[in-house]
Design a protein around this ligand. Sequence first.
Ligand code: DI6
Ligand code: FE
Length: 400
Amino acid sequence: MAQRYVIAGAKAVTLVDGAATCGLVEDAAIVVDGNTIAWVGPAADLPPAHAALARHDYRGRVVTPALIDCHTHIVHGGNRAREFEMRLNGFSYEDIARAGGGIVSTVAATHGATEEDLLSSALPRIEALIAQGVGTVEIKSGYGLDIETELKMLRVARALGQARPITVVTSFLGAHALPAGADADSYIDDVCLPTLEAAHAKGLVDAVDGFCEGIAFDTAQIARVFDRACALGLPVKLHAEQLSHSGGTALAARYGALSADHVEYATTNDAAALALAGTVAVLLPGAFYTIHETQAPPIQAFRDHGVAMAVGTDWNPGSSPLGSLLLAMNMACTLFRLTPAEALAGTTRNAARALGLADRGVIAAGMRADLAIWDIGDPAELSYGIGINPLHARIFGGVE
Ligand code: DI6
Ligand code: FE
């Protein structure tokens, strides 16, 4: 039901690009018209045309764009708590993957799960994100590695977006890991590319992702996936430079990717290439933390070159069982030295860019009315708290 009303009495953090202090408007008015924002500015400047609308007074709270988690793997079977213990006993993420654990063990659990199982196990995850003010979530496939299971995962991702008030954006991640005993080139040509075609034909794919790494696929193999994505008119993104420097970031930039994700081992040259391509660097501190990584992404090089930085949970059962985007913001600050303002831009404006969504992530006229209202006085509190959720209310498509 289309409604028109004014959000009043709150501080708005608009995140409008280039504005100082995150585009803070102290005593703001935000006019919501149906599912879009019709006007935002100081309450004192509210145009007379809107003056008679109902006012929802948020009494000094802080309003931000609804948060955006631009990198998750929340549709999957099983969990990998045993691997958590193995890492505590000195095994690395790569040791476990090479020993037949890791991604392929989640692939087995996902094969064994019905579509209903996958949906019911993912619902509490998406609800946890919604409860933290998230209005848009990206969900990847990649635990199928065969046509039937990849399609099943993507259908579940779409169903989650129907079942709950949140926008779901899908990424096809067929090039995530190599099924046991398979040859990587044959897997790409005979399984991954035909699956991408089939998933795209069913309207299940919004972007195409891959894992470029020693334990996954090399740049030539990922390039074949990207070529097919381009031929289908789909944008690309890439898990790049997570565990080693494999050349994925430069490849992503060459293809004009929406984002290069993880990027712990990216170099200054990689930062320059991302800047030139307009590719967002997506920082995933939950994975850095979980696998005991010590090499932090080159944040200062990203700043120096003007690379937009986003922050995501990477919520997955292996390298990042992290169900909190607010905690990801805190980790990005403490582990990677982002400022709280950079972390907030990373889960709003820059996260929207990492998903190719031009209609959200900032509070401005014409944008979707996806907003989060917080019981805080200073936007830095969103990153400062650890395990604290100060969400007061969430507005999705104008609906409170
Ligand atoms: N990098 C990650 O951090 C996730 N995928 C990837 O390519 C991990 C997925 C997993 O361990 O299950
Ligand atoms: Fe990931």
